[in-house]
Design a protein around this ligand. Structure first.
Ligand code: ACO
Length: 435
């Protein structure tokens, strides 16, 4: 076996040959099938060796052909296409098609796809009533998680997850309805009547319409902001096996329907260490307030008081390519919406951090959340909506991950092992005898 790993168990002196598997090319990652480790036993009644990997720091949980990240070189590609080229030349729905189908659509395929999505944007009136029940200051992400899960009760056929046709129907519904629910959640939180979808508008144009339409008969979104949101959606559409994609695959592996799976993935995204970070970035910039307070804030980060939000990434140990695109886009958006003091502050914070030994030695660079919040705020979104704006495009990525998982013959219900560190068998003590 030329591409194999030889392991010697020093407990027994025995050696084992383990096969290796590769991605498309060896430099895309090599792995050993972890189940092979079970052959390594200290005695006949031994369970066999496991690998210990809290938080999946070095475990490939699946084979995937959707997204490729090279964190050291700052590369992100969807189905082989660079994020820079897709952000420049494609629209969000075209990218969603690419993620889900594996190929860029022809003009006819794109037209059909847009038609399918556009004609599923309405939500059942009962869903609207369900949303009315939330308290006026409910966090829109909480409303989104619950309402997406509730869609499961409207489409019971969605439980037939082995039927590809049924699956595609739910995919169309989810990509179409999540922006409607998100916009309704926002209108609910500010006490405004819901604005219904307008099928003449683009995916992001319609979303802006549902958010910001006032008394005008037809809402005309600003083309620069419409395109900016489209690019933001492209950048956030997928990011391989992150916390929320893992939640999607994990819940989906029990064959739960896609609505509850997307709700679970959305819940995972909400946390401040994941998609909730862009909200925290803005709060952090507000707390810093002025450029002269940046050095003191950095000192407190270095002292371990708190983390610099929007900095650092489990995978990127270089500039996040999405942050690069967003930094440029922030300037374009602010040209339309007016100057923002927080952008200047963010740039100063980045400049100082990138010169500091603490950040340099730990390879901590701005991530996608560092600039996205500034753009969202300039576009008129309240901070509570930031993770919601992340969840909308990521729905396409989650669904692509879910489809791939269901079609992968290697996959089973997700069920990690543990290294038990608790008590050995003990004698039960009756309650009256316990001290
Ligand atoms: N500010 C200050 N120090 C940091 C930061 C940060 N933002 N991120 C990591 N570090 C430090 C850690 O304290 C640790 O230092 P040590 O070795 O002295 O203990 C070292 O860098 C490594 O950090 P880990 O926590 O081991 O890195 P991990 O890969 O587990 O965490 C994470 C990645 C969660 C993104 C982290 O960098 C972080 O908390 N960043 C801030 C939150 C954020 O911006 N999240 C958005 C991520 S992008 C996304 O989800 C879309």
């Amino acid at each position: 076996m030329p591409d194999s790993l030889t392991i010697k168990d020093n407990r027994t002196g025995q050696t084992y040959e383990l096969p290796m598997l590769y991605g498309t090319y060896p430099h895309y990652g090599a792995a050993i099938p972890a189940a092979e480790l079970r052959r390594i036993r200290a005695s006949d009644d031994d369970f066999g060796l496991m690998s210990y990997d809290p938080a999946f720091m070095n475990t490939a949980s699946c084979k995937s052909a959707i997204t490729h990240i090279d964190g050291d070189r700052g590369i992100l590609r969807y189905r082989g296409y660079t994020i820079e080229e897709l952000a420049e030349k494609s629209g969000f729905l075209e990218v969603a098609y690419l993620l889900l189908h594996g190929e860029l659509p022809t003009p006819a395929q794109l037209q059909e796809w847009q038609h399918q999505i556009t004609h599923h944007t309405m939500i059942h009136e009962a869903t609207k009533k369900f949303m009315d029940g939330f308290h006026h200051n409910a966090h829109p992400m909480g409303i989104l998680v619950s309402t997406v899960a509730a869609l499961s009760t409207f489409y019971p056929e969605s439980r037939h997850i082995t039927d590809a046709e049924v699956r595609w129907k739910q995919i169309h519904r989810l990509i179409a309805k999540v922006p409607t629910i998100a916009a309704f959640a926002y209108r609910h939180s500010i006490g405004m009547p819901y604005a219904y979808p307008d099928n003449d508008l683009s995916y992001t144009g319609n979303f802006l319409n549902m958010l910001f339409k006032m008394t005008e008969l037809k809402h005309k979104p600003d083309p620069v902001l419409e395109r900016a949101l489209d690019v933001l959606f492209i950048l956030h559409a997928d990011h391989e096996q992150n916390c929320s994609a893992n939640a999607m695959r994990s819940v989906g592996s029990s064959h739960a329907d896609p609505y509850v799976c997307v709700a679970a993935a959305t819940a995972a995204l909400w946390g401040p260490l994941h998609g909730g970070a862009n909200e925290q970035v803005l709060r952090m910039l507000w707390e810093i307030r002025s450029k002269d307070r940046v050095p003191e804030y950095i000192q407190r980060v270095k002292a371990g008081e708190f983390r610099l939000m929007g900095f650092g990434h489990r995978v990127y140990k270089n500039y996040d390519p999405r942050a690069k695109i967003l930094k440029e886009m922030a300037t374009q958006v602010l040209h339309v919406t007016g100057k923002s003091p927080v952008l200047d502050l963010a740039m100063e914070l980045e400049r100082i951090a990138l010169e500091d030994e603490y950040f340099v030695s730990r390879r901590l660079y701005p991530n996608v959340d560092f600039y996205s919040g500034i753009i969202y705020q300039a576009m008129g979104f309240p901070v509570d909506m930031f993770p919601v704006l992340f969840a909308i495009p990521r729905t396409a990525g989650w669904l692509a991950q879910w489809q791939e998982m269901l079609e992968d013959e290697d996959q089973r219900i997700a069920r990690p092992r543990q290294v038990y560190t608790g008590a050995d068998e003990r004698r039960y003590v009756a309650i009256e005898k316990r001290k």
